[in-house]
Design a protein around this ligand. Structure first.
Ligand code: ADP
Length: 249
């Protein structure tokens, strides 16, 4: 589904990313792990459109998406989750989902000169889509409350729902377990796996190895900007080179 080839990114003279080949298979959850500074965030930033790569290629379902900005990537079916920031916390839960769709408001204003009825129908569809998503994770009853009041786990669910508003093929998920209470980790993991069962493909950067084990069909280990190893959770966690990379960091 997502093929990352020969992807490099430098900051000044520092080579932060130097990936040979990372494949994220369709309908699977692929983990990206590695010690701090290994380049995991830079990989997501470069694939997710925050940075342009210096060299290399990213293919999404057969289409070259290298260097596209986030809103173009979303149109193609690739979405990266972001932490619910303080600004988003000021909005209600429902507003967070409705505003997850880029360009909706501006397009509505222009287009509304021509077709108010069509716009109204689109907005109703978006609310319906948001409601369906929120009901799945038992957040619809809180739809009009400020997102700032949500627990860490509920915020993570909201991040995934915001991505799902774009009906993506692939979600790049940033540290789903960070700041999440242990009881909510299971809820979050089950929701991610239910989306996977519906065909959504995930790449996940995560430090929590229990979450990686629970979610991932396979795992890439990164060190020093490169993909050092790829295998099952068991294979990578029992490999002495991986242990050494973590201890050496
Ligand atoms: P990880 O997410 O695996 O902890 P990062 O991708 O954040 O690793 O960082 C990889 C390396 O690139 C680190 O040495 C980091 O200091 C450096 N780096 C990341 N982003 C920038 C940036 N915007 N400018 C300069 N150096 C950066």
């Amino acid at each position: 589904m997502l093929k990352i080839s020969d992807l490099t990114k430098k900051f000044g003279a520092f080579q932060a990313l130097n990936v040979g080949q990372i494949d994220i298979p369709r309908g699977q959850v692929t983990g990206i792990v590695g010690p701090n500074g290994a380049g995991k965030t830079t990989l997501f930033n470069t694939v997710g459109g925050a940075f342009r790569p210096d060299t290399g290629q990213v293919m999404l379902d057969g289409t070259d998406i290298t260097g596209l900005p986030p809103h173009k990537l979303a149109e193609q079916g690739l979405v990266r989750t972001f932490q619910i920031s303080r600004d988003l916390g000021a909005l209600t839960i429902l507003e967070n989902l409705l505003l997850a769709r880029p360009g909706q408001l501006g397009e509505s204003i222009t287009a509304s000169l021509f077709s108010r009825a069509r716009i109204r129908a689109e907005e109703e569809n978006a609310v319906e889509q948001a409601r369906t998503l929120l009901e799945r994770v038992d957040l619809w009853r809180l739809a009009d409350q400020s997102a700032a009041n949500l627990s860490g786990g509920q915020k993570k669910l909201l991040e995934v729902l915001r991505a799902m508003m774009l009906s993506p093929k692939v979600i790049l998920l940033d540290e789903p377990a960070a700041g999440v209470a242990p009881t909510m980790e299971g809820v979050l993991a089950d929701f991610i796996l239910s989306l996977k069962a519906e065909g959504v493909t995930f790449a996940i950067v995560e430090h929590d190895m229990e979450m990686i084990e629970r979610l991932c069909d396979s795992v890439y280990v990164m060190t020093e900007g490169r993909e050092m190893m790829h295998g099952s959770f068991h294979e990578v966690t029992s490999d002495p080179r991986v242990l050494e990379a973590y201890l050496g960091s």
